[in-house]
Design a protein around this ligand. Structure first.
Ligand code: NAP
Length: 248
């Protein structure tokens, strides 16, 4: 992906990986539009980073995705990079039938959210001379964490969807990339922002920025490779067992 002179919409960038990437991409000479639900954070980002624009969006709400997409296209004249960053991760106890509402929220946010965004932007993006769609899965798409079953399954769905999207868009000039992070120090889960089992956010974003120009399919930092390739390495069951006991 060309890493300058793009107009980039990142729904799900009010905090964590999305915000850190937004700031880095802005400093590389891109017009970055940050999206998310927390309007106080959107206002703070606009104040703190002049030049970064913001749009309120709830990716779990189909009508709001269409409204926000229309706002992005109207206010900024279009985008050529879409990064479907928004996501939620929750623990679920599958022995308690009460897990279902959490699962439904995760499906709406982590699966339907990116699908709605692709639907809202794909015709516009395909018409651009140079464009990129980056989806965001996880190492857990490949080696699930049993304590967050719907989250892991949602990211496996995004991996599969992205592979199909890439093939369907072949020949259109749209590059389709999948960012599959390992555990990174953000507020995704309680206690994760300073957990020793998660990698520092700055180091993660540095590595992603160095991989972006040459990435063709998946963006894989070194730390995610054990999860990504566990099945072919023959240790996926062992790794799943270890992850199931990881403290949260
Ligand atoms: N950190 C990790 O270890 C890790 C590992 C693998 C994958 N990932 C993925 O990376 C992405 C970013 O996560 P993060 O770690 O940076 O966590 P984070 O700091 O909690 O960021 C999540 C972002 O998603 C947004 N979001 C959540 N629900 C949304 C909705 N319904 N509509 C719009 N935006 C929504 C949040 O914004 P608002 O609350 O303002 O809406 C926030 O900006 C997620 O897709 C996550 O699954 C993270």
């Amino acid at each position: 992906m060309r890493i300058h002179d793009n107009t980039i919409f990142i729904p799900g960038a009010t905090s964590g990986i999305g915000l850190a990437l937004a700031v880095r991409l802005h400093s590389e000479g891109n017009h970055v539009i940050v999206g998310g639900r927390r309007t106080e954070l959107l206002a703070q980002i606009a104040r703190q980073y002049p030049g970064i624009d913001t749009v309120r969006i709830d990716v779990a709400d189909a009508a709001d995705v269409d409204r926000a997409a229309a706002e992005v296209l109207e206010r900024f004249g279009g985008v050529n990079v879409l990064i479907t960053m928004a996501g939620l991760m929750r623990a679920e106890n599958l022995r308690d039938r009460g897990f279902l509402p959490t699962a439904v929220t995760e499906v709406h946010t982590n699966i339907l959210g990116p699908l709605r965004l692709v639907s809202a932007f794909v015709e516009h993006i395909v018409a651009q001379p140079q464009a990129t769609i980056i989806t965001v899965s996880s190492g857990l798409a490949f080696t699930p964490m049993a304590t967050t079953p719907t989250y892991s399954a949602s990211k496996a769905a995004i991996h599969s969807f992205t592979d199909s999207l890439r093939l369907q868009l072949a020949g259109t000039g749209v590059e389709v990339l999948e960012l599959a992070p390992p555990a990174v120090q953000t507020d995704l889960m309680p206690g994760q922002a300073d957990a020793e089992w998660a990698m520092p956010l700055d180091g993660f974003v540095d590595e992603v920025m160095s991989l972006l120009p040459s990435a063709t399919r998946e963006i894989l930092v070194e730390n995610v490779k054990p999860l990504r390739f566990a099945e072919s390495a023959g240790n996926r069951d062992d790794l799943m067992a270890a992850l199931a006991h990881q403290a949260h």
